[in-house]
Design a protein around this ligand. Structure first.
Ligand code: UD1
Length: 420
């Protein structure tokens, strides 16, 4: 297993290009199960999670060919509808093969994904939506077994106690594309990645309106065809580099970004005093004065993304003053707190809140990555800290950041891998 070693204190400068969005590409790959024709997806980030989804597609009978950042997905006419626990348990997003399998083949057997380190992560909303379309669902030995003679469109409310669900909206929207009649999803997730999936489905021949809003309407069609699609830029990767520029008091031009997707983050960081300029599809981030602490509450899109909570906590740890960070999507998503405190941060967790008392300087330490975004927050803290930080279990980072270490090296960071 590799560790990531960072010698902190280096100001990051230069240009970096953001890869395609992980959270778009995974459901879009799953959507190719809705057709027998070839689909071509471009701007695919090479990640552990994209490889897992390609393995799942192969196991379901798809032919998969990857060349640079483009993947061709074809049908082998050897379709299967069983998604194994071994694969689904490693990555939650794989549960979104349920909707397309059921839509296309009227049956699916997909392992329940289980919880993970950021919380229990139920799938009740996925199942509620799929049931509403008329499927028969039972749970057998840890698998969701779903069947339907014919899926039928209906109006459903898909909000949960923490608001809308991204992957549940994706799953139901995909199943509904081939249902009979019209489906209306109320309290649908508005995340850009859901809209990107809808745009891909529309290219495949689906009839969808309202994506990107809380009410999505899907008029079922008889079949879908192949399509070519470019994945939108990863807003969380972009956000991570924005924080990298600020935490190292650097000056970075971040290319391949969609400003509209970064509204809540940029607004919050500007409130803290960051100097951020937008040009075409890039942002330049630098400091002109010291940052001040800000309070952050995570919310469904267009609110502040939970996937940026840990990174912004690292930034607030080195911003003198008190900031309050409230997690409203995953109230237990605070595994990074103890690790940041090992580097000299002063963070106290109180339920779904973290009270951060910013200090002038962190000090490098051996720390442990617990999940994808927590890992990113530790790398950012390491970049700002004095001395050497060793981040263990960096396979979490590889799940969601393409060439992160290389990109930081280009910006002047002192960062390298070391075998444990
Ligand atoms: C997606 C993202 C993930 C991000 C999260 C929230 C992908 C591959 N992953 O995950 O990076 O952190 O959105 O923006 O796109 N919930 C229920 N019942 C359900 C489903 C979810 O109660 O059936 C709850 C969850 O526990 C959570 C909230 O709804 O509190 C939002 O979760 P959800 O949007 O479903 O997250 P994912 O789609 O799994």
């Amino acid at each position: 297993m590799d560790n990531l070693v960072i010698e902190g204190g280096k100001r990051l400068t230069g240009e970096v290009t953001v890869s395609g969005a992980k959270n778009s590409v995974l459901p879009i790959m799953a959507a190719t199960l809705l057709t027998d024709e070839t689909c071509i997806i471009k701007g695919v980030p090479i990640l552990r999670d994209t490889n897992t989804m390609l393995r799942i597609l192969r196991s379901l009978g798809k032919g998969v060919e990857m060349s640079r950042d483009t993947v061709n997905i074809t049908s082998t006419r050897n379709n299967k509808t069983f998604a194994d626990y071994k694969l689904v348990s490693t990555m939650r997003a794989s549960f979104c093969v349920l909707g397309p399998l059921l839509g296309k083949f009227k049956k699916a057997e997909v392992s329940l994904p289980g919880g993970c380190v950021i919380g229990i992560r139920p799938v009740d909303l996925h199942l509620k939506g799929i049931k509403a379309l008329g499927a028969d669902i039972s749970i057998v030995s840890g698998y969701v077994v779903a069947k339907a003679k014919q899926l039928k469109g209906t109006t459903m409310y898909l909000g949960g106690i923490c608001g809308s669900s991204v992957l549940a909206t994706d799953n139901v929207m995909m199943a509904a594309t081939l249902a009979k009649g019209k489906t209306v999803i109320e309290s649908a997730a508005c995340e850009p990645e859901v809209a990107d999936l809808a745009n891909f489905l529309i290219k495949m021949g689906a009839k969808i309106k309202g994506h990107g809003t809380p009410i999505i309407e899907i008029e079922g069609v008889k079949q879908l065809h192949g399509a070519i699609h470019n994945i939108i830029p990863d807003r969380i990767e972009a956000g991570t580099f924005i924080v990298a520029a600020l935490i190292t008091k650097g000056d970075i031009l971040i290319k391949n970004v969609c400003h509209a997707h970064l509204g809540a983050l940029i607004d919050k960081l500007q409130e803290a005093g960051a100097y951020i300029t937008k040009t075409d599809s890039s942002v330049r981030v630098r400091l002109k004065r010291n940052l001040k602490p800000v309070n952050v509450t995570t919310l469904p899109y267009p609110g502040f993304p939970t996937d940026m909570q840990a990174q912004v906590m690292s930034l607030m740890s080195v911003t003198p003053g008190i900031s309050l960070i409230t997690e409203k999507i995953y109230p237990d998503r605070f595994m990074h707190v103890a690790e940041l405190n090992r580097m000299g941060a002063r963070i106290q967790r109180e339920g779904a809140h973290a009270i951060v008392e910013g200090t002038k300087q962190l000090s490098g330490a051996p720390v442990m990555a617990s999940d994808l975004r927590a890992s990113a927050s530790l790398v950012l803290a390491g970049l700002a800290a004095q001395g050497k930080t060793t981040v263990a279990r960096i396979y979490h980072l590889e799940r969601g950041y393409e060439n992160l270490e290389q990109k930081f090296l280009t910006l002047g960071a002192r960062i390298w891998r070391k075998k444990e």
